[in-house]
Design a protein around this ligand. Sequence first.
Ligand code: ADP
Ligand code: MG
Length: 224
Amino acid sequence: MSGGAEVVVERVSKAFDGGRIRALDGVSFRIEAGEFIALTGPSGCGKSTLLNLIGLLDRPDSGTITVGGQPLEHLPDDAEYRASTVGFVFQFHHLVPTLNAVENVQVPMMGRHRSRAERESRAHGLLAEVGLSERERSLPSTLSGGERQRVAIARALANEPRLLLADEPTGALDSVTGGQVLDLLKGLRDRYGMTVLMVTNDGLAAAAADRTFALRDGLIRDTA
Ligand SMILES: Nc1ncnc2c1ncn2[C@@H]1O[C@H](COP(=O)(O)OP(=O)(O)O)[C@@H](O)[C@H]1O
Ligand SMILES: [Mg+2]
């Protein structure tokens, strides 16, 4: 029943601790291709759990998730899905500290049938897209918080994902820097047309999205 929608989540439930923690309790929603969705809700309401399920970092107890018309429980290749269908951006950048910016962006491209020259050229291009051409050889420790997050965004786009999952990408940034990162994400969506699902507790970030889903008590309230 995907009906052309890019992401279809149907009655998805997920519990932890032998059922004591009901993180998600029959969540359903659909996202159209190219939409920029903000997912809001109080701490502990299951937002990260939901992103992890859509990114196939974890499995639901029940319910189905379909991305690009493919039910995640029947994918031909889970690793391929994680590496190239979805891109992840987290609150904290998770860059490899010993690799410089242009090397970090190449990490997801390793072992993916791209020559070294192709990888390097693509990483150069992506860093230019996020406005960091001047910092290609910089280690993460020498970059500002906003710059690190830009590198993380470039890395998430390395394999041209159709779906970008961002878990509080501005949560560790001041409001000005966070706004710049948000503008970058929206600009990339406009240019590449990928679908974006972004967890945020920042009202400005939510206001910038096409639609907002509010998650509460394991259920979605679509506040359009
Ligand atoms: N791996 C896990 N093991 C046990 N409990 C977990 C695990 N992941 C999440 N939880 C619990 O599930 C609930 C939802 O967590 P989470 O999805 O991280 O919320 P949010 O991202 O909205 O803050 C919380 O009560 C959290 O403690
Ligand atoms: Mg979370």
